[in-house]
Write a protein that binds this ligand. Sequence first.
Ligand SMILES: Cc1ncc(COP(=O)(O)O)c(C=O)c1O
Length: 419
Amino acid sequence: MPRDGAPATDPQSDPANPPEPYPSRADAAASFAAHVNRGKVRALEAIGVDVVMGDRQGARFRDAYDGRSYWNCHCNGGVFNLGHRNPAVVEAVRRGLDRVDVGNHHLISGHRAHLAEQLSASTDDLLPFAVFTPSGTESVDLALRLARAHTGRTGIVAATGAYHGLSGFALAASDPRWFDPFGPVPEGFAHVPYNDAEAIGNAIGPRTAAVILESIPATLGFPAPAPGYLEAVAAAARDAGALLILDEVQTGLGRTGTRWYYEQQGVEPDMLITGKGLGGGVYPISAVLLRPELEDFFDANPFAYVSTFGGAEIGCIAASSVLEQIAEPGFLGRVEELGLRFERGFEGMPFTLRRYGLTMGLAFDEEGGGVMAAKKLIDAGVFAVYAEHDHSVTQFKPPLIVTEAEVDEIVAAVGDALG
Ligand SMILES: Cc1ncc(COP(=O)(O)O)c(C=O)c1O
């Protein structure tokens, strides 16, 4: 590890690190185009982004070929909430691998039970049951199916501009641009603009099984829920006998300065989706957290949801370490303090800051401003990504474990890039 704390400069020459499979960036890109996705290679080339992720640690990663260091201020939407290769998570998984593997998804598992207990505690036992899946998409899909089974209704109300994943019911709940190429989605899905209480109130009716919303829609560039909006949605759903599902894949696990963002909004979901950072960036694991009455369905149908890798034991070990770290005294307060430090540092910069803890959107006046800013930031060594459904915004999500000095360095780099 070099003295500046960034990962090793030249992973190819470090015998302790497995080398990249290809000798050059061009070879890696050519093979990727030939065997994985040539459209992606072309699209990235078109915007001049040819980064290949190499060594990574904490808030930074290096390009695998030129050794260039990047602050990770996207974190895959929260996968790297606790930084790359978080030492406690890595240690827990290393020790876990001496004894377990994915386990058997049909059997009782103490690791799965322990993680569900921790998740329950994180909601103050509002949502005491957890169903584990390998991805956010599958969790959303399951939550929507469960809502239909529980209510005996088929209607699902979601937001335009939402992103809940790209298959099954999750795809049908996402913005129509994602499912349009594939023909009709299952019946019963309606989309209304986010933050329009009247529109969603009108869409919710006696046939509505559930309303699903991201607490703060990520791909819309993290617009703040209007005061009282989520409360109004919760009340409209409750009055109609429908369930409220909050997708906290991007906003949960301490990202906004509380364990879950709903805690700041005076609403209590019937189901909550978590994923991404749950696996500490090292093992894919996601969960649907349920109120007790929703678990009733599984009394009669205990095998209604099975997934070979859902709740894999080694993933549970990673996730338990993540939850332990978030529950440490002072952790959440520090997230808000670091957010404030960014806020002060960004004063006078040419964007409006949307900020909730360390979940941030840099909103520019001009359409496309977020796309241009993301490119400039990447060129300046700050990895950030524009909001897919609002190109005037750059999503800005540094890891929750950045140090104060790192915040200052990132702010300086952003100032150089955008100032
Ligand atoms: C808010 C939200 N929900 C659901 C998903 C889907 O999660 P996954 O990619 O793990 O399937 C994502 C992924 O980006 C997301 O951002």
